[in-house]
Ligand binder design. Structure first.
Ligand code: ADP
Length: 656
């Protein structure tokens, strides 16, 4: 009490406090909260601007009025009741939340705090109040509650979905056995084991067999989809040559296509394309896509199955000259149970799960699937899978050893030593190729011995190719720290060797190649730590432009007019390198905008995707999916000047 009095007197008497007093008044006037002072009779003694403004009046016009002059009778009575309580008891009402109607008729929520006012003798002479509009706060609280409710609903829907998946899985499993028995019986009758069969019976039984196969396919698809949904699908990796797998299917499909008068051809690369993959699942994807192509292509049409080797991926393309898909149907094509064909006979052969399963399987392997199609012209279904750089040099017997280890779920590490641009490397350093290969071979062999003792690694395999300067080492060890140790030792010993032999200006880089098993980690944590793959890159520093590490804000144009904001990792006069979330196809031409400091607008130009690397699962990856290098295309002289002077300024800054 005494304190209050003291403060009041101080404000009034001490002129040095005048500034602060003004600040206080300014606060009261500017604050959006309603502030008022009332006397014992409930008359406003003073109100702030917010209060008066809310009533459409000036503060002096409110002074002297009571709540009854302003609000409805009920509301005024409720307010007066609170006022009387505060003034009678001397107790404050704090943060009382009420619904109210603003003078402009809008309903809102307010929080009111009322405190008694005293005179110098400590007698209550009125009250002061603050009322705050808390409609937004209440809305946020309501939204928060709704969010919690929705989350609960999602959780229970997820539970229902899990039960559904389990149900589909159990029922499908249960259907498989009797179906197999029915098929067996039909085959026995067809093979006349149970006695003679008439032609009519044979025809009926053949139809039955056909439909059993269809039913089996539907059951298998349902099982797959329930496994994928429940993240229970386990991939069984092995190292295979994708060309072999495709060739295996060629006889069957070429015949099937020919029966419909369709020409099917395979365009496969000459060299082996080894990939780590679940070969049965890859077969399933390919079979589904080729089957579809045949199903939706008319007589006289053409289908091609092509394999392209990209930077770090292998791309499979199945192209047909069939009925095509309308642009509006393309976005839903990979959804479950989607059939967009108007052709009833083609439709009834499936249930619309094939593409949904194929896409998920590809993604599970660390790849991507997409389609380009034009109604009446044809479709192109493409998918990519991660490629292993040096795996094509692994001899067949080594492939068997690797596959054997993988089938036993043994932890594996694959380290690749790779001399980039080997031919040029040899020319520049005038190295004697067999000697260099032999020396590197010895370095690796000795390290292998050392590490096999240190880490007790068995077995270890080692291979090299004197033609291309590529080495692969496979350890039965999957722990990241151990493979890092091995890689670093390789890199430092190779460095020493280069120094000794006066091979200067070469780069040696240990790189981690993204590994598809990381995707599977969602469902199977153990496998994550079970595989490790690294690259040690050695090569010439041959670059047309000096690349300067710099984080420059930029945008890249994607398909369908979409843009992605990115930051460069480095920039040169010829292009830049960055990490982004969207997949870009190698050699694609895209729009880029560079926000070069002190330029009013971004510098826009076209660029070619020179290389792309899948970054998923990389250690320390901050959510980016891909790393890519872009090469500027068709820069105008003016833009060239701006970019080069910017890059030069960075370069001289770096040097100084
Ligand atoms: P289904 O097993 O029913 O064929 P899919 O998921 O494999 O299911 O295919 C879904 C739908 O996509 C098909 O019903 C068809 O409408 C369309 N489709 C798939 N492949 C092609 C293609 N090559 N050409 C035209 N339409 C296709």
């Amino acid at each position: 009490m005494k304190k209050r009095k003291a403060v009041k007197t101080k404000i009034k008497t001490n002129s040095s406090n005048g500034g602060r007093y003004r600040l206080l008044l300014e606060l009261i006037d500017r604050i959006p909260d309603v502030i008022y002072f009332k006397d014992r009779q409930g008359r406003f003694v003073m109100v702030n601007k917010a209060h008066a403004k809310g009533l459409g009046l000036k503060p002096e016009q409110v002074v002297g009025k009571t709540d009854f002059d302003i609000f409805s009778k009920e509301r005024a009575e409720a307010m007066i009741k609170d006022d009387e309580y505060v003034m009678r008891t001397g107790k404050s009402i704090v943060d009382k939340v009420e619904r109210a109607t603003r003078p402009d008729g809008v309903d809102n929520y307010v929080s009111t705090t009322k405190m008694p006012r005293y005179d110098s003798k400590g007698k209550i002479i009125g009250l002061m109040g603050i009322t705050r509009d808390i409609t937004r706060r209440m809305q946020l609280e309501r939204l928060e509650k709704e969010k919690i409710n929705i989350e609960k609903k999602i959780e229970s829907l997820q539970e229902i979905s899990n039960v559904k998946s389990d149900f589909v899985s159990i029922v499908s499993h249960e259907l498989r056995t009797p179906l197999a028995i029915i098929k067996e019986a039909v085959m026995l009758i067809l093979d006349k084991i149970a006695g003679p069969v008439t032609d009519k019976q044979k025809e009926l039984l053949s139809k039955t067999e056909e439909n059993i196969e269809r039913l089996k396919k539907i059951i298998d698809d349902l099982l797959d989809i329930s496994r994928l949904e429940g993240k229970r699908l386990v991939l069984h990796y092995s190292l295979i040559n994708i060309n072999d797998l495709l060739r295996d299917t060629s006889e069957f499909f070429t015949k099937l296509a020919a029966q419909k008068g369709i020409k099917l051809e395979y365009r496969l690369p000459e060299k082996e394309v080894n990939i780590f993959i679940d070969s049965e699942r890859l077969r399933q994807i390919v079979v589904n896509l080729i089957n579809n192509a045949i199903k939706f292509t008319e007589e006289g049409g053409k289908i091609s199955v092509e394999v392209d080797i990209l930077e770090a991926m292998v791309k499979v393309k199945i192209k047909d000259t069939g009925v095509g898909i309308s642009p509006s149907d393309i976005p839903k094509l990979f959804n479950k149970f989607t059939q967009v064909s108007k052709d009833a006979s083609a439709k009834k052969k499936g249930v619309g799960l094939g593409l949904a399963i194929s896409k998920e399987l590809v993604e599970l392997h660390g790849g991507r699937m997409w389609v380009k199609s034009q109604l009446g012209v044809g479709s192109q279904f493409c998918f990519t899978l991660p490629l292993l750089y040096t795996s094509h040099i692994l001899p067949v017997q080594m492939r068997d050893v690797v596959n054997n280890l993988l089938s036993k779920d043994t932890a594996l590490s694959l380290i690749e030593l790779f001399i980039v641009n080997y031919e040029k490397f040899k020319d520049k350093y005038n190295v004697n190729s067999p000697r260099l290969i032999e020396d590197l071979n010895n370095i690796l062999n000795n390290l292998c011995k050392e590490f096999s003792q240190l880490y007790n690694l068995t077995p270890q395999i080692f291979s090299h190719d004197s033609q291309s300067g590529e080495f692969s080492i496979v350890f039965s060890e999957g722990k990241e720290d151990k493979t890092n140790h091995i890689c670093n030792s390789i890199s430092s010993q190779v460095k020493d060797y280069f120094k000794k032999n006066k091979i200067g200006n070469a780069f040696i880089k240990v790189d981690i190649v993204s590994w598809p098993l990381r995707k599977q980690a969602l469902g199977d944590q153990n496998r994550l730590s079970n595989f490790n793959m690294k690259k040690v890159l050695v090569g010439l520093e041959v670059r047309r432009f000096e690349r300067i590490p710099y984080k420059l804000k930029a945008q890249i144009g994607l398909a369908a007019n979409k843009k992605e904001a990115i930051q460069t990792l480095d920039i040169s006069e010829g292009g830049f390198c960055f990490e982004g979330r969207s997949y870009l196809e190698k050699d694609a031409h895209i729009d880029v905008g560079l926000n070069i400091p002190r330029q009013k607008t971004p510098i826009y130009t076209r660029a070619r995707v020179a290389w792309v690397k899948n970054m998923e699962g990389l250690v320390g990856n901050s959510g980016s999916q891909y790393r890519a290098g872009l090469e500027f295309l068709g820069l105008t002289e003016q833009k060239k000047k701006i970019i080069s002077s910017f890059v030069n300024s960075l370069s001289s800054a770096a040097k100084s």
